[in-house]
Every structure is written in C-alpha cells, then in structure tokens.
Design a protein around this ligand. Structure first.
Ligand code: DAK
Length: 261
C-alpha cells in the first residue's frame, strides 16, 4: 500500500517507524493525512505483527503541529463533524492496537499532535519540543480526545490550566508534569526511541501485548473488574509457548527466543 502524507518502514527486528510526512506545514493533519493514518492503523498495522511501533514527524521541527488550520477554516459544520469523528476513530485504532507504541516527539506537538502523542503508549521528547493545546486561541477546544486522554495522564487541574490558557510548555515542564516519560538531546530522539523499542522487542511479545490490553482496558474499569481482567489475561499468557521459553531460558541461564505464541 503506498502513501503520500505518511511513510512507514518495517525494520528487520520487528520494529516499525511511522512518520507523518508534511514537514512544510509542520506535519499538520489534513483530511488526506488522517485518511492515510486510518488506512494504516486499520489495514496495515494489524497484519504486521510488530514488536513495537514508533510514531514521529518528518523534518527537524515538528512532531505534529495539530489539525490543519487552513483546511479546518474552510469546512462546513457538517464536514468538521465528519473530520472530528474520523480523527477519533483513527486515534482509537492506534490506542487499541495491542502493538506497543512510542511517540518520538521531535519538536512541536500541538493540539491534535499532542493528542496523537497521547494516544501512543509511551512518549519520548526532544529537549527542543514544545507541547500544548492552542485550540482556545482558534475559538475551539481540544476535541480529538485531548480533554479526556490528557485528564487521565495529568489530572484535572493541570489539564484545565493547559486547555484554558492554550499556552505551550517546554520539554522540561512536560517531563515534570508527566506528559512525557523522557527527554533526550534533539538529534537523539529516534536513536533513543529505537533503543526503547528494542528493549520491548526482546521481551515476550504476547506478554507485552496482553499487558497493554490489561493496563488500557483495566484503567477504564472499577478495580474488581480490572483485577478479574488481569487474572484472566495473565492466565492466558501462562498457557503459551512464550511462557515455557521464558521460564526455561531463565533456568538454563540463556537468552530467551520468543515466538509470540
Ligand atoms: N495547520 C496548518 N498549517 C500549519 C499549522 C497547522 N496546525 N502549523 C503550522 N503550519 C504552517 C504555517 O502556516 C507555515 O506555513 P507557510 O506560512 O510557510 O505556508 C508553516 O507551517 C511553518 O509554520 P510557521 O511559519 O508558523 O513556523 P513558526 O516556527 O514561526 O511557528 C508554530 C511554529 C507551531 C508555533 C506555529 O506554526 C503555530 O502556532 N501553528 C499552529 C499550531 C496550532 O494552533 N495547532 C493546533 C491546531 S488546532 C475539535 C476537534 C479537533 C481539534 C479541535 C477541536 N472538536 C471536536 C471541537 C483539533 C484542533 C487542532 O489541532
């Protein structure tokens, strides 16, 4: 499948790199880019059997500077609703896919771009990154999950401060408040993301995928239901070739060779 506004590479070690590719407009998400992302998450990613997916932005300046303002400005209310509905579906596909995802934030991650990073499992940011929700400056508010996913990460007060003011924060502040997990030198973002992905890729793939489901789905349930889900999924994991190999390799003092089965 060929794409114009995104690029995708699968490396030999089972790590995929997905890049939003409109650097002239700081990788702003227009309809065509969103549609390509939707096709990727729906039709490509599930068949790739990746051990980890890195999501990043093309160029040296931005991860994604948000929704495409020029295109939004010319939309009717009906078109805007379709655009928003579709973006919700795309971000949900990414969040729900069992493959672990890492946002390699290489510059501006604003509005819909920050929301895209939040739909990933783990966020690594370049020291030059700027993040935030400038939507209120445009007379709208974050509507691709930003008022919801971010609240679960930052809590109500910090979310409201960011959303109500529309001010950007730098990477240090993003790390301090828990919006990103790690800051790295600007030129090292991809190297660090690959190292993190590589460390995940060495582990039992089934265990990693099922733990993502347990964490994500469990966080939306009350504790007793979440614990039941955890018990069920970890029992499923126990009944796998990966579990046999993992425990056997420990006892034989060698590196495991997992198959994901
Ligand atoms: N859309 C379109 N073009 C953009 C863009 C964007 N979001 N961001 C940057 N660009 C374009 C600029 O227009 C410029 O194009 P040319 O003038 O060269 O043709 C080029 O990228 C380079 O940008 P600048 O010249 O502005 O670069 P600077 O370094 O001076 O500034 C900046 C970088 C990131 C601070 C600045 O570009 C900026 O403020 N960009 C806009 C960021 C922004 O406001 N993002 C949020 C977009 S709104 C909802 C559903 C969805 C959403 C909201 C609600 N509901 C359900 C209610 C989603 C909303 C958003 O994401």
């Amino acid at each position: 499948m060929s794409f114009e506004y995104i690029s995708y590479e699968k490396k030999e070690d089972g790590i995929g790199i997905l890049s939003i590719n409109r650097p002239k407009v700081l990788n702003a998400l227009n309809w065509d880019t969103l549609r390509e992302l939707g096709k990727f998450f729906e039709e490509v990613l599930p068949g790739e059997n990746l051990k980890a997916l890195i999501v990043t932005g093309a160029g040296d300046k931005a991860f994604v500077a948000g929704a495409d303002i020029a295109q939004m400005n010319s939309m009717s209310a009906r078109e805007f609703k379709e655009y928003v509905d579709y973006a919700h579906k795309v971000y949900q596909l990414l969040e729900d896919d069992p493959c672990p995802s890492i946002a390699a934030i290489n510059g501006y991650a604003l509005g819909g771009g920050c929301e895209l990073a939040l739909a990933c499992d783990i966020r690594i940011a370049s020291e030059k990154s700027k993040m935030g929700f400038p939507e209120v400056k445009l007379g709208i508010f974050p509507g691709w999950g930003g008022t919801q996913r971010i609240t679960r990460v930052l809590g109500l007060g910090k979310t409201k401060e960011l959303v109500f003011t529309g001010e950007m924060i730098d990477a240090e502040e993003a790390l301090r408040i828990g919006l990103v997990e790690k800051i790295v030198p600007h030129d090292d973002v991809m190297t660090e993301a690959l190292a993190l992905a590589g460390s995940i890729a060495k582990r039992g793939p089934l265990a990693v995928r099922l733990s993502k489901t347990a964490i994500n789905a469990g966080s939306e349930m009350d504790l007793q239901k979440a614990l039941l889900l955890e018990k069920t999924l970890v029992s499923l994991c126990f009944d796998s070739a990966d579990r046999v190999e993992g425990m056997q390799s420990f006892l034989e003092k060698r590196e495991p060779s997992f198959t994901g089965e």
